[in-house]
Design a protein around this ligand. Structure first.
Ligand SMILES: [Fe+2]
Ligand SMILES: [Fe+2]
Length: 153
């Protein structure tokens, strides 16, 4: 496992969340366009969902490589936070795969795909906010290990 300092991990992952949020916004706008009957946006929506999927997969892998060791080092709640992260990542990967299977391979219903993409955007926004509350905050990932024991609730 790669070892970075807790502040480095925090900054890197939060910056990645901001990149993802801007990609989520694009997917949200495009999925709404399709849902409102503007089918010209369909190809662009599929393309952006594909890009989001690739980027998000990289993000999950990166968190598992650098955030896991940082959380385990941070305080006594590390194993609990890590377990929760793995559960969440498994669920996110499953939904992402399901979404992509419906959006590619000649699935005729672009409205269903757009609706799933729209829901996926909202779910990921909530998941990222929750992750930031539980794990990605300076009370947890701090250089000072003595004062960082914050229960994940
Ligand atoms: Fe995550
Ligand atoms: Fe994340």
């Amino acid at each position: 496992m790669e070892k970075l300092g807790p502040i480095e991990v925090l900054e890197e992952v939060l910056a990645e969340h901001e990149v993802l949020r801007s990609m989520l916004l694009r997917v949200e706008v495009l999925s709404r366009s399709v849902l409102q009957g503007r089918y010209a946006a369909s190809d662009e929506l599929k393309e952006q969902v594909r890009e989001l999927g690739n980027r998000f997969n990289q993000h999950l892998d990166r968190e598992e490589r650098v955030l896991v060791p940082a959380l385990l080092d941070a305080d006594a709640w590390g194993p609990e936070r890590v377990e929760r992260m793995h559960e969440e990542h498994a669920r996110q990967r499953e939904i992402m795969t399901e979404m992509w299977n419906r959006g590619s391979g000649g699935s005729p219903n672009i409205l269903v795909f757009a609706l799933i993409a729209w829901g996926f955007v909202r779910m990921l926004r909530e998941d990222m906010a929750e992750e930031e509350r539980i794990s990605l905050n300076p009370r947890v990932l701090s250089e000072d290990v003595v004062t960082t024991s914050v229960e994940p609730e």
